[in-house]
Design a protein around this ligand. Structure first.
Ligand code: NOJ
Length: 589
């Protein structure tokens, strides 16, 4: 079987602002990233995904882009980017960039021009609507249609942004509202306009011409809206919904919030049209040599088109959407996911991840407070041993944890500062509860600077310099790269060994997935079967050793390839011993 590079690669997501500060200003940059390439190579990853590196006013930590064809000055220059790309390629590391298609920054020249008047050349580049006339002129219905959410007369409808209240913001220059799915500083582009497409495709070409290997496409589900813009039926504002989510205690309450969330955004998300757009972008990538690739920030496998004409991959987010990673959850997820992919095309390729810059750290999400480190190993083993391309998030390899901020002035994620203010000022929430909720909802908690060594600021930036977000002080307790690199028992070393095991065993790269022992509550066991090799994988999620019987399989011999602990005493297929929280990978024949 001949696989493409992006099918065998393990991707590593770099959050540039927090990765490595090369010039000592407290902010990560390209000089810093370039200097760490050897370390990443040593870890054993193959490809890097950079969260946005473009100029940005940073209302959404770089996902509000004000210029698609240059580099944020605090990260360096275009020359620094080229140096980084060349250095990565020289080491055999591929690089993909993050492309936000749905929206730009409100400081992007396109938007400044668009909002300047109703008849400028870019007047139609964003989603503009006239204010609604006062209700007396509209209809005689006494029933409120919710269009005054936020107390604003004239808003085109009751849609909410998923980050900061009403989805419509008034621009006095045009005496019109513009639409934004995210913050008001992130106006939605009007993708019905061919000139918008052209401009964005030119930007994509700019980076492809420089040699980047592909893109992670941000929030593709939000690109189009329902053309009639009907009101949603949810009787809450965004802040009220977030609060309801924080206060939900029972399953029924949690389900209600989930339903509300879906209903609130039903006209703003997953609209038709995206498929054609993805086809257009794919055809541009296919003009280039080197198998450039696209991965979509969406879990809908239909964005892979017929398997060849849209995206190369979409993320298996349902795998990570769980409070605990259990064998039953993983088995269910794989059964559903692989079946859905098979319907797309026999070649449709899975893509597994358990964390990124928007989600809690693996320790906090899947840990039990007692065996977090052991469970973190199992999380890695899961994404590396399942079929598909794994995406890892920087810092997980040393077991970085969520860092809860304690003072609202430290927060950088405006989603959380907005929520805090709304809760305190409009919903009357006690500031201590609001701070607690904001600290848990903010994405700052998983974006704190990378911890390189037991040194001031965790070695991220020089002593005496204030890092852009506080560094988690647990760098002094062994949560840092330098200490773990030389410790054979560290999480870093485990990552290194598992990455190497994956790379050297074809079954782990290309083999199909066959679940075994499907009733086990504590062990996840499966086969990965390729033409040249078959591997048995067993992950024990419990704190007790387990003895498993695989004698019903048509294999007689077993050769140990990888184990997280001591080699098992017996390698007989009818009595395989797996340590507590153990990982065992064996070749069977
Ligand atoms: C998804 C990104 O991952 C997230 O960080 C960002 O805030 C939104 N899209 C908006 O671009």
């Amino acid at each position: 079987m001949t696989l493409k590079w992006w099918q065998t690669a393990v991707f590593y997501q770099i959050y540039p602002r927090s990765f490595a500060d090369g010039n000592g200003d407290g902010i990560g940059d390209f000089m810093g990233m370039t200097a760490k390439l050897d370390t990443l190579k040593e870890l054993g990853v193959d490809a890097l995904w950079l969260s946005p590196h473009f100029p940005s006013p940073m209302w959404d930590c770089g996902y509000d882009i004000s210029d698609y064809t240059s580099v944020a000055p605090e990260y360096g220059t275009l020359e620094d980017f080229k140096t980084f790309l060349e250095a990565a390629h020289r080491r055999g590391l591929r690089v993909i960039l993050d492309l936000a298609l749905n929206h730009t920054s409100d400081e992007h020249a396109w938007f400044l021009e668009s909002k300047s008047s109703r008849d400028n050349p870019k007047a139609d580049w964003y989603v503009w609507m006239d204010p609604l006339p006062p209700p007396s002129l509209r209809d005689a219905s006494p029933v409120s249609n919710g269009r005054n959410v936020g107390g604003r007369e004239g808003v085109p409808n009751n849609w909410q942004s998923c980050f900061d209240g009403p989805a419509w913001t008034y621009a006095p220059e045009r005496r019109q509202y513009y639409y934004h799915y995210f913050m008001k500083q992130q106006p939605d582009l009007n993708w019905q306009n061919p000139a918008v497409k052209q401009a964005m495709w030119d930007a994509a070409r700019f980076w492809l011409d420089l040699g980047v290997d592909g893109f992670r496409l941000d929030a593709i589900g939000t690109i189009y809206e329902h053309p009639d813009m009907p009101d949603h039926p949810v009787p809450l504002t965004l802040a009220e919904m977030r609060l309801a989510s924080d206060r939900a205690k029972t399953d029924a309450e949690r389900k209600q919030v989930g339903d509300y969330w879906r209903e609130m955004f039903q006209y703003q998300y997953g609209r038709p049209g995206v498929h054609d757009l993805m086809k257009e972008l794919r055809s541009i990538l296919d003009e280039y040599d080197g198998d450039r690739m696209l991965v979509g920030e969406d879990d809908d496998v239909n964005y892979m088109g017929d398997g060849k004409d849209e995206l190369h991959m979409v993320f298996n987010f349902p795998l990570m959407r769980a409070d605990r990673l259990t064998p039953a959850h993983i088995r269910r997820n794989q059964a559903e996911r692989l079946a859905a992919l098979a319907k797309v095309s026999p070649q449709a390729w899975p893509c597994n991840t358990l964390g990124n810059h928007d989600s809690p750290r693996i320790h906090n999400r899947y840990g039990d407070g007692e065996h977090d480190r052991e469970l973190a190993r199992l999380s890695l083993a899961t994404v590396l041993a399942l079929k598909g391309t794994p995406f890892l998030y920087n810092g997980e390899e040393i077991g970085m944890t969520d860092f809860y901020l304690t003072d609202i002035s430290q927060f950088k994620d405006t989603l959380a500062t907005w929520y805090y203010r709304e809760a305190v000022e409009k919903l009357g929430v006690d500031p201590a509860e609001a701070l607690h909720n904001a600290a848990r909802q903010t994405r700052d908690k998983c974006r704190t600077p990378m911890q390189w060594q037991d040194a001031p600021n965790g070695g991220f930036c020089p002593a005496g310099v204030a890092p852009w977000l506080p560094v988690n002080p647990d760098f002094a307790k062994g949560v840092n790269v330098a200490d773990q690199r030389v410790d054979p028992a560290s999480l870093w070393t485990f990552y290194q060994e598992m990455l190497a095991a994956r790379k050297s065993n074809p079954a782990l790269l290309e083999g199909d997935y066959l679940p075994l022992q499907e009733n086990s509550e504590t062990c996840l066991a499966f086969l990965r079967r390729a033409d040249s090799q078959t591997c048995l994988v067993v992950l024990n999620f419990s704190d007790q050793p387990d003895l498993l019987d695989f004698s019903n399989l048509p294999y007689r011999e077993m050769q140990l390839l990888f184990t997280s602990g001591r080699p098992p005493r017996s390698m007989a297929l009818d009595a395989i011993q797996v340590d507590r929280f153990g990982v065992l990978i064996a070749e069977v024949a």
